[in-house]
Design a protein around this ligand. Structure first.
Ligand code: HSE
Length: 441
């Protein structure tokens, strides 16, 4: 047997504790499979006394995570602290400079500093592995980095945030509004006390930026992602989607286009009988379209102690086997500059919900604004939702408000935006139109 691989683990929250449990539960199997023992040499966390349900007395305690990162006793620094800067960033950088391999679950750090850290890892001949940073227990980084080498990837997309998927699924199943479901999710511990990162789409964007770089061999471009959250999704949209044969999912999508790479995070309509529509609750999924492998869909747990620890353990296993790959698939110096495809040029069909003043000529005016932009309407319904919108009664009253839902044929984002802006300017609607992209699967 080779000599043990010694870990320094910084951060003993849900994932760190889960990792200690996994390494303990599978110690013999890991040693037999890898031909060497995986040994925890030292740990570091904010509080030493906190009861985490795991025994820490066998491990050396180091107060300072940055000091642990370059500790001479360790081979691998496992960063499970989180956050795009601060101690996590300082410690990872210190570890790489000290020629320690790094395993991290920190998507925010990599989305911001991934390429620089990858360069540092390559210069020092060590690994920077981050399977746990994207979609928890779903082995998507390994899938792209290893299993799909013989493919040109055309598109990668998925449901990358369990909190949003839980909220949207619950709204759909129980017919309840966003704010109420969010409050309940927070009370049950499914959503953070400050849920902005999740529901605003930023957590999905962090993960998408890493997938994009791996899939297309480009520099990580988090700031170039178009991000919309789920806050504005109303029960009326969920109901209309259902009636029209769709489900609403928060998707992260990256695809090659003739003018560059399109990266976007937003609620999207997907056909309700598609596999992705069936991914419900906190479950995540990642779809990858390869030119030879075809269309793949990986589904699994995107968060939580066990699935995330499983991903961290696999990264540690690679290092134990001596597998050190460039973090973003190609050496960082060969990553292509990111060329952003403008969303205005996005082509697709759209769902639009308008709250229209119920007066003669309103529909004609809407149709004419669409026609001016050459937006062709596939279907239009004046519908009263089962959950009536505020200000909308159960029965139509002349001059009152009426909801109108329409689906367009494929058009451009620029055209639909211009048409909707004109409709709003005309004073035909009482509120800003709701627009949701229909994702072509
Ligand atoms: N907060 C994330 C989610 C998990 O709800 O899926 C960690 O990225």
């Amino acid at each position: 047997m080779s000599k043990p691989l010694k870990l320094g683990i910084a951060g003993l929250g849900t994932v760190g504790t889960g990792l200690l449990q996994a390494l303990d539960a599978h110690a013999d199997r890991l040693a037999a499979t890898l031909g060497r023992e995986i040994r925890v040499a030292a740990v570091s966390a904010r509080s030493r006394d906190k009861d985490r349900g795991v025994r820490l007395d066998g491990f050396r305690w180091v107060d300072d995570a940055v000091a642990l990162a370059s500790d001479r006793e360790i081979d691998v620094f496992v960063e499970l602290i989180g956050g795009e800067g601060g101690v996590a960033a300082e410690a990872v950088e210190a570890a790489l400079r000290a020629r320690k391999h790094v395993v991290t679950a920190n998507k925010a750090l990599l989305a911001r500093h991934g390429v620089r850290l990858a360069r540092l890892a390559e210069e020092h001949g060590v690994a920077l592995n981050f399977e746990a940073a994207v979609a928890g227990g779903i082995p998507v980084i390994k899938t792209i980095r290893e299993a799909l080498l013989g493919n040109e990837i055309r598109r990668v997309y998925g449901i990358l945030n369990g909190t949003c998927n839980y909220i949207l699924t619950t709204m759909q199943k129980e017919g309840r509004p966003f704010a109420e479901v969010l409050k309940e999710a927070q009370a049950r511990g499914y959503a953070e006390a400050d849920p902005t990162f999740d529901i605003g789409g930023f957590d999905t964007a962090h993960k998408l930026s890493l997938l994009t770089s791996l899939a297309f061999g480009t520099e990580v471009a988090f700031d170039d992602i178009h991000v919309e959250g789920i806050e504005h999704i109303a029960p009326a949209d969920i109901e209309a989607a259902d009636d029209l044969g769709y489900r609403i999912k928060l998707l992260g999508v990256a695809l090659r286009t003739p003018s560059g790479i399109e990266q976007r995070v937003h609620p999207a309509m997907v056909p309700k009988h598609s596999a992705i529509a069936e991914v419900s609750g906190v479950t995540n999924c990642v779809a990858i379209d390869g030119d030879f492998a075809g269309d793949l869909l990986l589904v699994g747990s995107g968060a939580g102690a066990k699935p995330t620890a499983s991903a961290v353990a696999s990264d540690i296993g690679d290092i134990a086997r001596g597998l050190v790959l460039p973090p973003f698939l190609v050496p960082s110096g060969q990553l292509m500059p990111y060329v952003r495809a403008m969303l205005d040029r996005h082509q697709g069909a759209y769902y639009v919900r308008l709250t229209v003043y119920d007066r003669p000529g309103a529909m004609a005016a809407i149709a004419s604004r669409m026609a001016e932009q050459e937006v062709s309407i596939e279907s239009i319904v004046q519908r009263r939702p089962r959950s009536a919108l505020p200000g909308i009664g159960a029965r139509p009253v002349p001059g009152s408000l009426t909801p109108v839902v329409l689906i367009t044929h494929e058009t451009t984002e620029e055209a639909i935006r211009k048409a909707l802006a004109a409709i709003e300017r005309d004073g035909k609607v009482s509120e800003t139109p709701q627009m949701i992209r229909i994702e072509k699967l």
